[in-house]
Design a protein around this ligand. Structure first.
Ligand SMILES: [Zn+2]
Length: 288
């Protein structure tokens, strides 16, 4: 990675000293820029996900390349091996930090026509075993209809299958006025009142006919396969959200011809998000 590539990711409009606004600076080494006018020193990694890293930045770039160059991503053990990291925990923490960069801040809502269904994941055997399966997490799958195919997706973990939770997930992920296709579960009946054109496809929520919402079922089965395959099901419930973000990031860029673009997008977002303190990684994200 050249110096200019590092700085153009960090400062897309060009470097400006945060103290005096001057555009000229020189490198003092270890990612520190020295302002040519006022002498202020600015770390290229300060205020990014790479802040406080004790490893060379180029190792981070190799990590991002490893994560984006493989179709299904990489496990912590896999990353540790590829980078030759001494510690499994470091590889694990890096993957978690990068996952946080995989959600674009302020990303757009889905629109047009969107299929919505909820799926139960985690536990011994992921899968939809009827609503209310114990010990599993409930994930709302939202998939844009693009002709017969799938447009963009969102995955949203919810606390339960209540109307408040399921309609809340739709409200967060889908633009008002969109057509929303669900099954006949009564929890979705509040969607019309929220400004959606709601069409319930399935009359009987107990029915097994999974093909009525083919896009969300396809996404759900790919998600389950990915969780069991790449990560061998070893996903702790508090961290599930970040895995969902990674899956979404990959899925929504599945048509990208060039893996390099995926890499560049991840690098851009990694410098755009706030630092992730090590202490926040363990706990995972809490639901309200
Ligand atoms: Zn300055």
């Amino acid at each position: 990675m050249s110096i200019s590539a590092e700085t153009s990711l960090r400062w897309p409009e060009g470097f400006h000293c945060p103290a005096c606004g001057h555009a000229k600076a020189w490198w003092t080494g270890r990612g520190v820029l020295h302002c040519a006018r006022c002498g202020q020193q600015t770390s290229v990694t300060a205020g990014t996900v790479f802040q406080d890293t004790h490893k060379p930045l180029r190792l981070w770039f190799r990590a991002m390349w490893t994560v984006t160059s493989q179709k299904h991503g990489v496990s912590a053990l896999g990353l540790q091996r590829v980078l030759g990291l001494g510690s499994y925990h470091t590889a694990w923490a890096w993957l978690h930090k990068l996952r946080r960069a995989m959600v674009r801040p302020g990303r757009d809502q889905l629109s047009g026509a969107v299929e919505v269904d909820e799926v139960y994941v985690g536990g011994e055997r992921p899968g939809k075993r009827g609503r209310g399966a114990a010990g599993k997490s409930i994930v709302v799958v939202l998939a844009e209809e693009d002709g017969a195919g799938i447009g963009r997706i969102r995955l949203q973990r919810v606390a339960d299958a209540s109307g408040q939770s399921l309609c809340g997930a739709v409200r967060q992920c889908v633009a008002p006025g969109s057509v929303v296709h669900t099954d006949g579960l009564s929890s979705y009946s509040g969607l019309a009142a929220l400004g959606y054109r709601h069409e319930a496809i399935r009359k009987d929520p107990g029915e097994v006919g999974e093909n009525l919402l083919p896009r969300v079922n396809r996404v759900a089965s790919l998600l389950k396969r990915w969780m069991l395959g790449t990560h061998q099901g070893a996903i702790e419930p508090p961290h599930l959200d970040y895995y969902l973000d990674e899956f979404t990031f990959r899925f929504n860029r599945r048509a990208s011809r060039s893996r390099g673009k995926l890499f560049y997008r991840l690098a851009q977002q990694a410098v755009a998000i706030d630092p992730v303190p090590e202490s926040s990684l363990r706990g995972g994200k809490q639901l309200d």
